[in-house]
Design a binder for this molecule. Sequence first.
Ligand code: FAD
Length: 291
Amino acid sequence: MSTWVIASSSPEISTLLAQAGAEANLLVVGNAELLDSLRNAPVAKILYVPGAEIPESYAAAISDYLEEAGADTVLAADLPTERTLAAAATAKLGGVWISSALTWDNARRQATQLVAARAEETLAISGPVGLVLESVGIPDGGQAEVSELVLTPRAGITLQKESARPSNSENLADAARVIGVGRGISEKADLEMITTLATALDAKVGATRPLAEGYGWFDSYIGLTGQTVHADLYMAIGISGQIHHTGGVQNSAVIVAINDDPQAPIFAEADYGIVGDLYEVVPALQAALEA
Ligand SMILES: Cc1cc2nc3c(=O)[nH]c(=O)nc-3n(C[C@H](O)[C@H](O)[C@H](O)COP(=O)(O)OP(=O)(O)OC[C@H]3O[C@@H](n4cnc5c(N)ncnc54)[C@H](O)[C@@H]3O)c2cc1C
């Protein structure tokens, strides 16, 4: 039985490897540049899959290889390609899939994950498991040998076109005033009401992770794993206030929260709180600013 970390698009897997342990193996699926950044990873061995321009097409071959290698634990950073490869391998191993773990204790085979605003649960896993974890830092200090693993892609994927997407997200790092919006906004068209308020307040607009990664309304999000805000004023509109989000805004001077749930955790972080429907409160604020 063995632990494998899959890296494919980002070398920032230092904290992930620390949780995997020094006996883990690293499978690098991607370009030679990625391999170069990971050569000093503190692991038992490093295998490099060359020629994987479209790593997803190697998912089946990688899964077969890991099964033959006796893998029972597959870890990857929380990134799209890594998620695909790790999930495919976990399915092949017949394992438990944990898609957004906070921590993994390889020795005890225990995962923690967030289940509500301030609640975490610890899961004890027996049998194969696959997890994606947030990770930062490029690893260093290891001397594992690197060998090539030549695999044949199964799926017929070819890159037809690559084009840059215009960004719809602002750089919030130096903004003096920021409005953050969350899932309290029911439709994308309703963001217009928020941008109008932002113009009146001379504020920039950001969002929580679900609005960026879930709905695709923003290219980036505010929070511990997103952009950090150090504003004079941070206004959280329709945001519950879970630690992942508030951890990225708590250095703001004044936090104002608008939420229709008086129990929402954001109120514990806020200097000023308005309990109410944002669809009534925001137009009322707008009217007051224009008066
Ligand atoms: C490893 C990991 C990392 C993460 N990193 C981040 C991160 O960096 N940033 C981030 O934002 N999230 C992050 N998340 C997600 C985070 O845990 C929360 O799920 C997310 O922040 C919740 O977003 P939300 O507040 O928009 O949605 P919800 O939690 O669904 O909250 C919506 C809120 O809107 C209120 N509401 C609904 N309708 C109205 C209305 N009409 N008027 C007023 N209020 C209303 C509700 O009462 C509710 O409180 C991460 C999660 C994981 C597992």
